[in-house]
Design a binder for this molecule. Structure first.
Ligand code: GLY
Ligand code: MN
Ligand code: MN
Length: 441
């Protein structure tokens, strides 16, 4: 299931093939972050860095120099081997492993980077670098450039141009390969299994974090140790807080619970939301709003195919949700006027989705030349409409207040249409109720 060495090499070659002549690209790894004394947050490699290297250690720097003949185009700086440090903190590949196991043409201890990098920059006209993301590293890059500038009188040739690496690299990341799709399909399956587990184990009286534990358990036992983002488990009116991650409330009979959770597998994210009744049966009002959200989501998924543009799915959700809110009496007026006035935003205040990949909110432009991007085979996006009736919304009848519903799937654009990667998680009312009955039995 892992991405192969050949694929990492292909990615580097694709990027280098698009870089200007006489250029160099510099990509730092992610840094370790302290959680509290002597304890770090779990390390997660930077997605750009991992995409090009498959190298998951901190304190590393990737340098690509297209066309460099003698010592090769791909140089990796990484932590040196150190038996004492490795005894405490785990295995390091070291420069030798960087070449042998990760395909680097040349590798050096990162502790030597200040001495070596200016030499690599020298004579290169253009530097591709994502300026502004890591201020400490920005300063280092400028220091290395300044070392060469200080030597111009002895004939040194500093780079004259800085170019944004993101533009090239993120466009590559937007189109998923067959291997990436296989990983994302598996991430979708594991995450769907976790949602099913949550539906089947859910009990009134439990706390939201107990459902979260069921989700994480299912991720881990299937090989996905970490979630792709903090899981949202919001019951009752907590479901109306879009990024609720406290997960500390108690599940009450008669309320819905919204779970937005997806695993990370091999550095790829799944992102699924399901909303279901704590007791296993939807009330009349919950059912009515749920059907509107589901209808809007299905209408949006239909719009996901090559040739359609990014915003068509969103527009479809707005139309169905506005019509539904009018039909149920939560909005009053003419549908077209309400859409124009964005009246639906009191209930549906976010967009219908985002790109999905190594980052849950993945990279890639949504507009090209000021026009919505046209969908193409290999792109993956979420479709996640919702209706959230604020608990204090006095403009609607009391029976609707505090209901929050979102349904989110991960959708791959295929040659002829789309494939829902998260489709194993049931979302029809009768399927959810049947599953929960089976779980309770
Ligand atoms: N889980 C974050 C989102 O759905 O965008
Ligand atoms: Mn989500
Ligand atoms: Mn999402």
């Amino acid at each position: 299931m892992k991405i192969s060495k050949q694929e990492f090499a292909r990615r580097r070659n694709n990027l280098m093939g698009q870089m200007e002549a006489d250029s160099i690209a510099i990509v730092p790894s992610a840094r370790e972050l302290t959680r509290n004394r002597d304890t770090d947050y779990p390390f997660r490699q930077d997605s750009d860095f991992y995409y090009l290297t498959g190298f998951a250690e901190a304190d590393a720097v990737l340098v690509l120099m297209p066309g460099r003949k003698k010592h090769g185009q791909y140089v990796l700086f990484c932590r040196d081997r150190d038996p004492a440090m490795e005894l405490w903190n785990g295995y390091r590949a070291g420069p030798e492993g960087a070449c042998d196991d990760y395909g680097a043409d040349d590798a050096f201890p990162v502790s030597d980077i200040d001495d070596i990098l200016p030499g690599l920059l020298e004579g290169r006209e253009r530097v591709y670098y994502a300026m502004g993301r890591n201020p400490a590293f920005d300063q280092k890059v400028m220091q290395w450039v300044n070392v060469i500038r200080s030597k111009v009188r002895s004939g040194a040739h500093p780079p004259g141009e800085f170019l944004d690496l993101d533009h090239l690299l993120h466009d590559l990341r937007l189109y998923k390969s067959a291997a990436e799709i296989r990983v994302m399909r598996k991430a979708g399956k594991i995450s769907a299994a976790a949602h099913i587990r949550a539906m089947q184990t859910c009990k009134a009286g439990w706390y939201e974090y107990q459902l979260e534990a069921e989700i994480l358990h299912e991720f881990g036992r299937n090989g996905a140790r970490f979630p792709a983002y903090s899981s949202i488990v919001g019951s009752g009116k907590n479901a109306c807080i879009l990024h609720y991650i406290e997960n500390s409330g108690q599940l009450k009979k008669g309320e819905l619970v919204l779970i937005d959770a997806g695993c990370e597998l091999e550095h790829y994210a799944a992102d699924i939301t399901r909303t279901f009744p704590v007791s296993g049966t939807f009330s009349k009002e919950q059912k009515a709003l749920y059907e509107v959200v589901l209808k809007s989501q299905l209408a949006a998924i239909k719009k996901i195919k090559p040739g359609n543009h990014w915003n068509q799915a969103h527009d479809a959700t707005v139309k169905v949700i506005t019509e539904g809110l009018v039909a149920l009496g939560l909005l009053k007026g003419k549908v077209s006027t309400l859409i124009k006035k964005e009246a639906y935003k009191d209930f549906y205040m976010h967009r219908a989705g985002h790109w999905l990949g190594m980052d849950v909110h993945d990279v890639g432009d949504y507009k090209v030349d000021d026009e919505w991007r046209v969908l193409e085979e290999g792109m993956v996006l979420t479709v996640e409409p919702g209706i959230y009736v604020a608990p204090d919304n006095k403009k609607v009848a009391k029976k609707w207040r505090g209901i929050g519903i979102r349904i989110e799937d991960d959708v791959l654009v295929t040659r002829t249409g789309n494939e829902v990667l998260s489709g194993d998680a049931p979302k029809k009312i009768n399927e959810i109720e049947a599953l929960m009955r089976a779980g309770a039995a």
